[in-house]
Ligand binder design. Structure first.
Ligand code: CDP
Ligand code: MG
Length: 685
């Protein structure tokens, strides 16, 4: 097919989407109203088409159209799709901006970004003057950043659209249009929030979906998913399969078992193409989801809830729903101990309906729910908005930077007052706020880093302690979304052996540093003359291959290490803007690095008690060192850690040893905590 043929095909595909018939009505509604809520079945064309309609109708003439997404993956792939439909290279008319990655130019008129990125832009310009339209997509997901945006957009509209705020010449600002898009039936609430604005509906093209519940409760969802897939594959007519799983680990492990089982099937059976889909997947692998499988093969996509509404996969006739998702939640019952963790949770009814709906996009389909009908009836109707269940520290800091009062902000759903207060106290302890609750200069600096406030403080204090090079390496690896250690139960021992040489006696943070540095030595050190590029660029194919092999034998994720390099590059930029020299290194001296980590992570520090368990400073939480830590046997007198994990007990993960005496200088060390400390645990173990 020639280029024109392909372009035609695209055009025809666009015109067949359910949204197309409503084009004029939609454009008019946006022209005539400040805010419009748009409701439509997943796959009806909202995300890809509406921005183009508005652009073609001239609504991007004096400002950019921003389209926000909760997930990076979706923002990038949607931008690529819309650029293709516009017949323009990605990054020109259509671009994207997500954390640690941006492709835009001064010609960009349609910009896909994560909701978090737009919140960051608010910090630089609190009326979003560059934008003429903000489309808040996937609003039903009610992420923390989406909720912060909704409240802020309402304020901006008041300031821009009524002339309340003027530019420096006293002229009125140009009005801001807002479109809130949702795939579920919660439109009324958004409309209420925006002063009863109009709601438009796109009637989708949904085919009937037969729903089969499990007869009895499922004990092992991995096993049940595998069996169900094999039954579909063996017994059901052609059609692709979509399996919803909670997280990346579950996806990788099911992918492995399916790939292991399929060769044992009779050779007459169709081939199987297994495709994972989750937030941290690199864009080139993500693209494969949209391709038809090779002739005679069945495609099975293993996805997180990303495939619920934000990405529509063609060809799906069967859905297997484990009924589970991973949800970040924050434990106020621990008195705000920093227990912010990803937990596997049952989904809501509205998610279950969205998931089953994915089977009926192109033809009648079937959904196999790996839970009983009774369990279904007990699910919550809709998920709790993230703002009511997560750590609010960085959100509250952002609100402070925007000049908002977090206690009075216009929340669509208000978080608990206790959570807001807890964050205010943490921010005060981090010295981001003064005793009057006013933003300090340090607070503003903390907010300028794309990190949680505690880690921003670690980076900033590395300047005074002269170890920024080391700290940026560690913080970048801690922030990477991909998992660094890729061993499983079978390979755990071999992996531990292979990685022994990286182990640092002071614990896991410095071990990370050793790993990152060894990786980079392989990547840059081993090149031979012919493949070295003149500019010394490290990524020649020879050393790439060596680095990949090095990752394999050490059971480390190359993806996580590469991502960390990207993050570090951005953090270096942040440091330069803050006047911090990121090249300053402390060499082999571990002390400044540990002290620096403690400067930010002091809320996540603990002292050993006589029974060998630990007490978290300031909250008396009892915890143990996680078995994956290099300090599990050494048990130093005082530790800091990255996160708590609750399983049979509360475990600290990512642990380093610190001097117990150092803890005395931290803001949280009060008499209570001191009493809890064991009398014999002075000094470094
Ligand atoms: O936002 P909504 O769920 O209403 O639909 P959309 O994301 O705009 O998708 C409309 C159509 O574009 C679907 O049929 C998708 O399969 C297609 N699409 C695609 O082929 N590639 C993408 N990267 C995104 C969408
Ligand atoms: Mg969409």
């Amino acid at each position: 097919m020639g280029l024109n043929g392909a372009a035609n095909e695209l055009k025809i595909h666009r015109m067949r989407l359910p949204i197309w018939t409503g084009k004029e009505a939609l454009v008019n509604a946006v022209k005539n109203n400040n805010t419009v809520v748009l409701l439509g079945e997943t796959g009806s064309g909202k995300t890809t088409q509406l921005p183009q309609f508005l652009f073609e109708a001239g609504l991007a003439r004096d400002g950019i159209i921003a389209v926000t997404q909760p997930r990076r993956v979706a923002a990038i792939s949607l931008a690529a799709r819309v650029a293709l439909e516009q017949g323009a290279p990605l990054g020109e008319i259509v671009g994207y901006n997500v954390r640690f990655d941006e492709r835009t130019s001064r010609h960009t008129r349609i910009k896909f970004c994560t909701d978090g990125m737009l919140v960051r832009e608010l910090l630089l310009d609190n009326v979003l003057d560059r934008y003429s339209v903000v489309v808040v997509d996937e609003a039903h997901e009610r992420t923390l950043r989406t909720d912060m945006l909704l409240g802020s957009l309402k304020r901006i509209q008041r300031e821009r659209n009524t002339g309340e705020k003027r530019d420096k010449d006293g002229k009125r600002l140009k009005p801001l249009k807002v479109v809130v898009m949702s795939a579920t039936l919660d439109a009324e609430r958004f409309s209420q929030f925006f002063g009863k604005c109009p709601v438009l509906y796109i009637s989708g093209r949904q085919h009937p979906v037969q729903i089969c519940h499990s007869k009895a409760p499922v004990e092992d969802f991995q096993d049940a998913a595998l069996r169900t897939f094999l039954q579909v594959h063996i017994g059901q007519p052609p059609g692709d399969v979509l399996v919803f799983l909670p997280g990346q680990d579950d996806i990788e492990s099911l992918a492995k078992s399916i790939r292991g089982y399929v060769p044992q099937l009779p050779p007459t059976k169709q081939k199987v193409l297994v495709l994972p889909l989750y937030g941290a997947l690199p864009p080139d692998q993500q693209k494969k989801i949209f391709d038809p499988p090779p002739p005679g093969a069945r495609k099975v996509v293993l996805a997180t809830n990303i495939a619920e509404t934000s990405i529509t996969i063609p060809g799906i006739r069967y859905v297997i729903d484990t009924g589970l998702c991973k949800e970040r939640s924050y434990h106020t019952r621990h008195g705000g101990s920093g227990l912010d963790e990803l937990l596997i949770k049952p989904i809501s009814k509205s998610s279950a309906q969205q998931r089953s709906g994915r089977a009926g996009r192109e033809a009648p389909g079937t959904c196999f729910r790996l839970y009983t009908e009774q369990s279904y009836s007990q699910l919550a109707n809709a998920p709790t908005p993230e703002i009511q269940r997560c750590d609010l520290n960085s959100a509250i800091l952002d609100l402070k930077c925007l000049g908002e009062d977090p206690m009075k902000f216009d929340y669509m759903d208000r978080p608990l007052d206790d959570s807001i207060r807890g964050s205010l106290i943490t921010l005060y302890a981090l010295q981001a706020l003064d005793s009057q609750g006013r933003l300090t200069q340090l607070g503003r600096r903390l907010a300028s880093f794309p990190l949680e406030p505690a880690l921003s403080l670690v980076v900033i204090s590395s300047q005074a302690r002269a170890c920024t090079a080391e700290i940026l390496d560690i913080v970048s690896l801690l922030t990477s979304t991909a998992k660094l250690f890729v061993d499983n139960a079978d390979t755990r021992e071999a992996a531990a052996d292979a990685r022994k040489k990286f182990q640092h006696r002071d614990g896991d943070h410095l071990t990370l540093l050793n790993i990152f540095r060894s990786y980079e030595d392989v990547l840059t050190g081993n090149h031979n003359a012919e493949s070295t590029m003149a500019n010394g660029a490290p990524a020649n194919t020879g050393s790439r291959r060596a680095a990949r092999e090095w990752c394999r034998v050490h059971y480390l994720s190359e993806k996580a290490l590469n991502e960390a390099s990207t993050i570090r590059a951005q953090l270096r930029g942040n440091c330069e803007r803050e006047g911090i020299d990121w090249k300053v290194s402390c060499g082999d001296d571990a002390e400044p690095v540990l002290k620096c980590l403690l400067d930010g992570l002091f809320r996540k520090s603990a002292l050993k008690a006589p029974d060998g368990t630990y007490r978290q400073i300031g909250m008396q939480q009892v915890l143990k060192i996680h078995p994956s830590s290099s300090l599990v046997d050494r048990k130093p007198a005082a530790v800091i850690f990255d996160e708590l994990l609750i399983t049979s007990a509360v475990y600290a993960r990512g642990v380093s040893a610190v001097h117990a005496s150092w803890l005395l200088d931290t803001p949280l060390m009060n008499s209570n905590a001191r009493n809890a400390a064991a009398p014999h645990t002075n000094g470094h173990a």
